[in-house]
Ligand binder design. Structure first.
Ligand SMILES: [Zn+2]
Length: 233
């Protein structure tokens, strides 16, 4: 069996989405990529999480050709592939229909950065894609979802904003690994819930001042980061 550790990590990322209450039944999917091999490991379609094993994870190349696995991959595979092809630093993708993030996606409203929890993970608002056209929905719907996400990030850095809301659908998140993508999906749901409550308390709430936003994001990310422990590697 190829890519055992990637399969195990992808399985665990999928289970993490369930453990954190982001996924009902078999909704949602996480994947990871080996950039070295140009291969993506993704959840199989419609298999219950309770019985899912590393062997059930499906391996695909970047064109969507199944390289290893007897099961069908998640139907969202073409969306994941578009993200891997366009966002070259990412190593994992997670998709859920988590309640609060999905509510913002359905409202077709970006999530404003109201506080430092958001600023720690997402540099600026979490954007929302344009609505897909009738043609985009009729043919290659899942691929076109990925294309719409990539178009939304023209002029935006996916490494600094590791999430998007697909209009009328739900969030997609990513990260350097499948584990990090799942983690970002959990954080996004929390941030979406807090933003919803913020607007409920103060409908005219304004985004965090730029200086505080920068302070929080930049102390955790990039060259001048100082949050957490120094790596001993
Ligand atoms: Zn979905």
């Amino acid at each position: 069996m190829r890519l055992r550790s990637l399969r195990e990590q992808v399985l665990d990322a999928n289970l993490e989405l369930v453990r954190r209450g982001l996924v009902l039944y078999t909704f949602g999917n996480a994947s990871g990529i080996s950039r070295e091999d140009g291969l993506v490991a993704i959840k199989p379609s419609g298999v219950p999480y309770e019985t899912m094993r590393p062997e059930d994870i499906v391996i695909s190349d970047l064109d969507g050709k199944i390289v290893e696995g007897d099961l069908r991959p998640s139907s969202d595979l073409p969306t994941h592939l578009e993200l891997y092809k366009s966002f070259l630093n990412i190593g994992g993708v997670a998709h859920t229909h988590s309640e609060f993030a999905t509510a913002w996606a359905q409202a077709r409203t970006p999530i404003p950065c109201f506080g430092t929890t958001h600023a720690d993970y997402f540099y600026g608002p979490v954007p929302v894609t344009p609505q897909l056209t009738t043609e985009e929905i009729a043919t290659d719907y899942e691929k076109n979802t990925g294309v719409a996400i990539c178009r939304t990030f023209e002029g935006l850095d996916p490494d600094r904003v590791p999430a998007v809301l697909v209009a009328g659908h739900a969030p997609f998140c990513w990260g350097r690994t499948a584990t990090e993508a799942a983690h970002n999906a959990v954080i996004l749901e929390s941030v979406a819930r807090m933003a919803y409550y913020t607007v409920g308390i103060a409908p005219d709430a304004t985004p965090l001042p730029r200086a505080l936003h920068d302070k929080h994001f930049l102390r955790k990310h990039g060259k001048t980061a100082y949050y957490g422990q120094v790596s001993r590697k």
